[in-house]
Design a protein around this ligand. Structure first.
Ligand code: NDP
Length: 339
C-alpha cells in the first residue's frame, strides 16, 4: 500500500521533499471486531490549498488541526468501497469524503461525506465541481455573497478549482464579472472558456488599484476573496457601499511566516462592507440542492470545468506543492487508480 508521508511540520513554502512515498504490504480485509469502518480503494485525490495549513505546527498556524508527522497526509478523495462494517455502505459503492493519501484506506464511516449517485459525469469531478470546491463556490457566492442581478463581481484565483465556478455562477446570475489570475494562459481561459467579462493578470499589473478602477469605474459589489494580501488591500479601496466580501481563502498568506499587512481595512467601516469568513462544511446540508442546480448545467454544457490531472500517487507531492506556485491550470487532481 503506497502512501504519501509528511516528514515533519513545514514552515514557509512547502517543498516536494517535505513528503516521501513509502510502500508496505497489507491485507485487504477489515480486522475482526472493527465496527463502523470502511475499507476503501482510493481513486482520485484532491490537491487543496488548506492542506498546507495542516502541515504547520498547530502552535503557530491559523488552523487548529494538523497532520501527524511521519504519517500519511489526508484530504478529499473519491473512493470505491471494498468492504464495510457500517450499515450505510456496501461493497462496490462509490463515495467522496476525507481519506488518506494512500492506495487503500481503512477509515471510520463518518469520514465519508456523500455516496456518489450520478456516474454519467467524470468521477474526478467529485474532487472538484461536484465536491468540496463546487460546494465552496456555490455556498460562498450565493449564501455568503447574497448576489443580485446586474451586480459587479470580482474573483481572485479566478481560474482555479473554486474561482472558475464562482465566475460562471455569477454570469449565470446576470452579474458583470472580472477575474484575476497569474498567467496569460489563465487569463485566456477566464475570458474564452469561463465567460468572464474581463480578466487581469495580477503579475503584470504594477498598480492593481488602477487596474480595478479601469474595470470597475463604479466599484465592486462582491469580492470573492481567495488570495488575501495585496489584492485584498487594493480591492478594499474599490468596494461599493454595502459591498460584500465572502472570505473564502487567502492563499498568498499561507506560506508566509510574517503576514503582509492589510492597511486599508478601515474602509469596511464607512462603506458598511460585510466581510464574512465561511467554511464549506457548514453548508453541506445544501448538497442535494446544489446537485439539482449544477448537474443540468454540466450536462447541457452551460457550466464547464477544467482539471489539471497528475497521474500516480508518486506525483502527489509535486502536484500539491505546485498549487502554491500557480502551476495548476484548473482543478488539481491526483489519479491513484481509475477504477
Ligand atoms: P486553486 O485551484 O485556485 O489553486 C490555487 C491558485 O492560487 C494557484 O493556481 C494560483 O493561481 C493562486 N495562487 C497561489 N499563490 C498565490 C499568491 N501568492 N497570490 C495570488 N494567487 C496565488 O485553489 P482552490 O480553488 O482549491 O482554492 C482557492 C481558495 O479557496 C484558496 O484560498 C483556498 O484556501 C480557499 N478555499 C476555502 C474553502 C472554505 O471552505 N472556506 C474551501 C476550499 C477552498 P494564479 O496562477 O492565479 O496565481
Amino acid at each position: 500500500n503506497k502512501k504519501v508521508i509528511l516528514k515533519d511540520y513545514v514552515s514557509g513554502f512547502p517543498k516536494e521533499s517535505d513528503m516521501n512515498i513509502v510502500d508496505s504490504t497489507i491485507t485487504l480485509k477489515i480486522p475482526e471486531g472493527s465496527n463502523d469502518v470502511v475499507l476503501l480503494k482510493n481513486l482520485y485525490l484532491s490537491c487543496d490549498p488548506y492542506m498546507r495549513t495542516l502541515m504547520s505546527d498547530p502552535e503557530n498556524s491559523i488552523n487548529p488541526r494538523a497532520y501527524t508527522p511521519k504519517s500519511p497526509i489526508a484530504g478529499y478523495g473519491v473512493s470505491k468501497v471494498l468492504e464495510s462494517t457500517h450499515k450505510d455502505y456496501k461493497e462496490g459503492e462509490l463515495v467522496w469524503g476525507l481519506t488518506n493519501w494512500e492506495e487503500y484506506s481503512l477509515i471510520h464511516a463518518a469520514q465519508i461525506h456523500f455516496k456518489i449517485e450520478h456516474t454519467d459525469v467524470p468521477l474526478s469531478y467529485y474532487t472538484g465541481i461536484l465536491g468540496m470546491p463546487g460546494m465552496t463556490a456555490y455556498s460562498g457566492f450565493f449564501e455568503v455573497g447574497s448576489p443580485k442581478k446586474g451586480e459587479n463581481v470580482f474573483v481572485s484565483a479566478a481560474s482555479g478549482a473554486v474561482g472558475q465556478l464562482v465566475g460562471q455562477f455569477a454570469k449565470l446570475h446576470g452579474c458583470y464579472v472580472v477575474g484575476s489570475a497569474g498567467s496569460k494562459e489563465k487569463v485566456d481561459l477566464l475570458k474564452n472558456k469561463f465567460g468572464y467579462d474581463e480578466a487581469i493578470n495580477y503579475k503584470e499589473e504594477q498598480d492593481l488599484d488602477a487596474a480595478l478602477k479601469r474595470y470597475f469605474p463604479d466599484g465592486i459589489d462582491i469580492y470573492f476573496e481567495n488570495v488575501g494580501g495585496k489584492t485584498l488591500d487594493a480591492v478594499l479601496l474599490n468596494m461599493k457601499i454595502h459591498g460584500r466580501i465572502p472570505v473564502c481563502g487567502m492563499i498568498s498568506q499561507y506560506n508566509l511566516t510574517q503576514h503582509e499587512g492589510v492597511t486599508n481595512l478601515a474602509h469596511l467601516i464607512y462603506k458598511r462592507i460585510r466581510m464574512q469568513g465561511f467554511v464549506v462544511v457548514d453548508y453541506y446540508h445544501l448538497y442535494a440542492k446544489f446537485l439539482e442546480f449544477v448537474l443540468p448545467h454540466i450536462r447541457e454544457g452551460k457550466v464547464v470545468y477544467v482539471e489539471d490531472i497528475a497521474e500516480g500517487l508518486e506525483k502527489g507531492p509535486a502536484a500539491l506543492v505546485g498549487i502554491f506556485k500557480g502551476q495548476n491550470v484548473g482543478k488539481q487532481v491526483l489519479v491513484v487508480a481509475r477504477e
